[in-house]
Write a protein that binds this ligand. Structure first.
Ligand code: GAL
Length: 833
């Protein structure tokens, strides 16, 4: 994970709704030193990443349209997505643009929601995606070397890039054709690793740039983290902060293609989160210092279905602590606070685009930036230190909380401060409730045999690399060997593997189990006199997706494998003739679909036994909200509903017991390891089941369990809406939307607390807590401070109960003066039903 820290440190469709890929409006997209220029007009653009295969199109349940609409509502203008080559061309020359890979549909839906698109073709994408998005077959092309100046590779990269560009052109999806695509990316962060590729790197990147430009998309191309991106390609920044970034030419705008809204989760890791105050601060600083295009990576992270997660060990959830959670629900207060931030930035748009920023220091760690041109003026005041400050700017005094940016769309009045999160929030983490699985039939099972059972098994001398052997057709590879023992003396076997998980079976029974990127296992074994079989099951958990030469990393048992006998002698088995079986017998039989005559249903269901397939039927739990399976009770494996893989499950992989903090201080530089939660607990217990894959009854759930588990323990999980909480102080700015009516005559409404139920058909049913004064604690545990206005509860009840949303002015005029000069706030906890 080190590279992440290094990076961090370095670091309308408007018109177009109608155009939605049908009418050809034809926007001209270019750029200058300030911004992207669309139809002659510079633009300030807020962008958000959503990777289409990480959610479902959901014709009936509207997942893609819903995600896109929620992005639009959150103030997003552009959707950024990678293109996933391995999904589109799983077999060379056999394309797939269906279902979750229906890229054209996804882009058209974005257009329909009034959003532009930034299409990051790559086609290397990283993205915590298996093999960085490359299809495995590339690796087997004779003479190929990936991501460098190599003819076979360049031919394939060009062919796929051209294929995508042609498809987009055919569907008229480029802005130049009236479509939503205003930008495209070629390669991905090659600059982070290019030195490892020697002088060929430069030739390659120049070739990639030329190749991309020659495809004539009519819209600009970018390369991210590529300082030497040749003209006319715009080099862009990725990182937790990009305010200090400058493009490599004065003619290019300052663009941020990945502002990491959180971080990804690994099996065995704690859950990363990024406080919205810091995320908003980073965005505020970027626009303050001349940026005009900023993208949240991710705006919706989603789910790594099937075996798409990269690695090794990237979890199935790709939630990312994004503004929309894994299931597509608003993550509050993140979503709402950023929405307000976007509004505040847009209030400055005319000024931002009219001129260059002028920045002055107002003292240590305090910077003021003014954009002033003619009658427009916008200012940003930043406190980059960790203590609060009061500063004087243009003759007025401003309080600037630590690590925050204030936005003044008229150079006078603060419309927004990045640290003042006042949006209502479901801050009591919505908990999931378990619901028993029911259906027509109970669990049945099939044992997966140990060792070699398939007809296509083969024998080769020596230990083979797993990826070269399986071509990633399966996570599983059996390495099997028969040996003779004269006396059957007890002994030990030492196995060295590149990973990722290893199970050792001797004479049919499990003797060891370990996982690590590099596995080195010493297990005691009991031999019998005569013939003994050593069966090693090596398992991959997502192929490497990042780093120089990531594609050559390899996996599996590379040796040595040494048998140590009691008498002290050691036999190296590495160069023996091993028998190999790619994949499981059950995979070959297609058990994941549930159709097979072999399922056993008897009362003696095997549990806590390695290598078992399980199946049962189930009815879909009611409601239309998110649905997950809680896999607590199972070990490790993969799960399918109605034949569709919901991904690898691994609830027994536990996060480290230390390194977490519940209330991470957002002040000071963020890094991927700064704010972690869930220590000592399973990294992931809940696994998303898209409702669009289900019928109301008669669904099939199939599990393949590798380590041993008890399927009767698993349950459905549906979210319970927690409490709705908000706390707003007297010093908060007026709601930012008050600005939009008339910028100059901003109403001095003062701070307002707003509550709004998360689901459309809910109303506020009770006020669990309300205090105007100096309330203490946080959502779920508020209590009165020394100063408390007695009438708060009744006033809030009156204003809110029975409504979907309500707003209350935070001032003495609402509640009376409870205690003189103290700085007061209003805290409310409510519930919706
Ligand atoms: C970036 C990369 C993305 C993703 C991200 C971490 O370096 O470009 O594809 O891997 O890191 O989530």
């Amino acid at each position: 994970m080190k590279r992440r820290e290094i990076l961090a440190a370095a670091a309308c469709f408007v018109v177009a709704v109608a155009a939605a890929a049908t009418t050809a409006l034809g926007a001209n997209v270019s750029y200058d030193h300030r911004a992207l220029v669309i139809d002659g007009k510079r633009r300030v653009l807020i962008s958000g990443s959503i990777h289409y295969p990480r959610s479902t199109p959901d014709v009936t349940n509207l997942m893609w349209p819903d995600l896109l609409q929620k992005s639009k509502d959150g103030g997003v203008d552009v959707i950024e997505t990678y293109v996933f080559w391995s999904g589109h061309e799983p077999v060379q020359n056999q394309y797939n643009f269906e279902g979750r890979y229906d890229l054209v549909q996804f882009i058209k839906l974005a257009a329909k929601a009034g959003l532009y698109v930034h299409l990051r073709i790559g086609p290397y994408v990283c993205a915590e995606w298996n093999y960085g998005g490359f299809p495995l077959w590339l690796h087997f092309i004779p003479g190929i070397q990936l991501r460098t100046d190599n003819e076979p590779y360049k031919a394939e990269m060009k062919r796929f890039t051209a294929k995508i560009v042609d498809l987009m052109k055919k569907e008229k999806l480029y802005a130049s054709q009236g479509g939503p695509i205003i930008l495209s990316q070629i390669e991905n962060e090659y600059g982070n690793v290019d030195s490892a590729y020697g002088p060929a790197a430069k030739t390659y990147i120049n070739w990639a740039a030329k190749m991309a430009v020659s495809l004539n998309t009519g819209v600009p191309w970018v390369m991210c983290q590529q300082k030497d991106a040749p003209d006319p390609i715009i080099n862009t920044c990725n990182g937790f902060y990009c305010d200090q970034f400058t493009p490599n030419s004065n003619n290019k705008p300052k663009m941020w293609t990945e502002n990491w809204s959180g971080w990804f989760l690994s099996f065995g890791g704690a859950v990363p989160y990024r406080p919205v105050e810091d995320l908003a601060f980073a965005v505020g600083r970027f626009f303050q210092l001349g940026g005009t295009f900023q993208n949240y990576y991710m705006y919706h992270g989603g789910t790594n279905f099937g075996r798409t997660s990269g690695g090794p060990f990237i979890s199935t959830s790709y939630d990312y602590d994004a503004p929309l959670d894994e299931y597509g629900q608003l993550r509050q207060p993140k979503w709402g606070h950023l929405k307000d931030l976007h509004k505040a930035i847009k209030l400055c748009e005319d000024a931002l685009l009219a001129t260059d920023p002028a920045t002055t220091s107002l003292g240590s760690n305090v910077e003021a930036t003014t954009y002033k041109s003619g009658s427009v003026c916008a200012a940003f005041l930043a406190n980059t230190g960790t203590s609060d400050k009061t500063v004087t700017f243009s003759g007025n005094s401003y309080k600037l909380p630590a690590w925050s940016v204030s936005i003044l769309p008229d150079c006078k009045t603060v419309a927004f401060n990045t640290a003042k999160v006042w949006i209502n929030a479901v801050t009591v983490v919505p908990s999931f409730t378990r619901e028993a699985i029911d259906g027509d039939s109970d669990w049945s099972w099939i044992d997966e045999p140990v060792g070699i059972t398939k007809d296509d098994a083969f024998t080769k001398p020596g230990l083979q690399d797993q990826i070269n052997t399986t071509s990633d057709q399966s996570d599983y590879l059996w390495y099997s060997l028969s040996i003779n023992s004269e006396d059957g003396a007890g002994s030990q076997i030492d196995v060295e593997s590149l990973g990722h998980v290893l199970h050792t079976f001797v004479n049919g029974s499990a003797t060891g189990n370990s996982n690590n990127a590099k596995v080195s296992e010493d297990v005691p074994v009991t031999l019998v006199a005569g013939k003994n079989t050593i069966d090693l099951l090596s398992v991959t958990v997502g192929l490497q997706n990042y780093g120089a030469f990531f594609d050559l990393k390899g996996a599996g048992i590379t040796g040595p494998v040494v048998l140590k006998l009691k008498n002290g002698s050691a036999i190296d088995l590495s160069s023996q003739k091993w028998t190999y079986q790619v994949g499981l017998k059950g995979e070959g039989l297609g058990l994941s679909s549930g159709d097979s005559a072999q399922w056993v249903s008897q009362s003696s269901l095997p549990t806590m036994k390695p290598l078992v397939w399980y199946k049962r039927s189930f009815n879909t739990p009611g409601g239309d909200g998110p649905l997950a399976i809680d896999f607590t009770g199972m070990g490790k494996g993969e799960a399918w509903v109605n034949g569709q893989s919901i991904g690898r499950y691994w609830p027994t992989n536990i996060a480290p017991s230390s390194g977490c903090t519940d209330s991470c201080d957002y002040r000071g530089s963020y890094g991927a390891n700064k704010c972690l939660k869930n220590c000592g607990k399973p990294s992931q217990t809940l696994y998303h089941v898209p409702r669009s894959w289900l019928k109301s009854t008669g669904n099939t759930l199939v599990l393949f369990e590798e380590n041993g588990g008890d399927p009767t323990k698993i349950a459905f999980a549906t979210p319970q809406v927690g409490s709705l909480c908000a706390q707003v102080s007297e010093t908060h700015p007026s709601p930012v939307h008050k600005w939009s009516s008339d910028l100059r005559a901003q109403t001095k409404s003062g701070p307002v607390l707003s509550l709004s139920c998360p689901h459309p058909n809910q109303v506020i049913s009770s006020i669990k807590y309300a205090s105007y004064g100096t309330p203490q604690g946080t959502c779920g545990s508020f209590n009165n401070g020394q100063c408390h206005s007695q009438n708060t509860l009744s006033i809030v009840q009156k204003a809110c109960i029975g409504s979907k949303n309500c707003s209350i002015k935070v001032s003495n005029s609402t509640f009376g003066e409870p205690c003189g000069l103290v700085r007061k706030s209003l805290a409310v906890e409510a519930s919706c039903t």
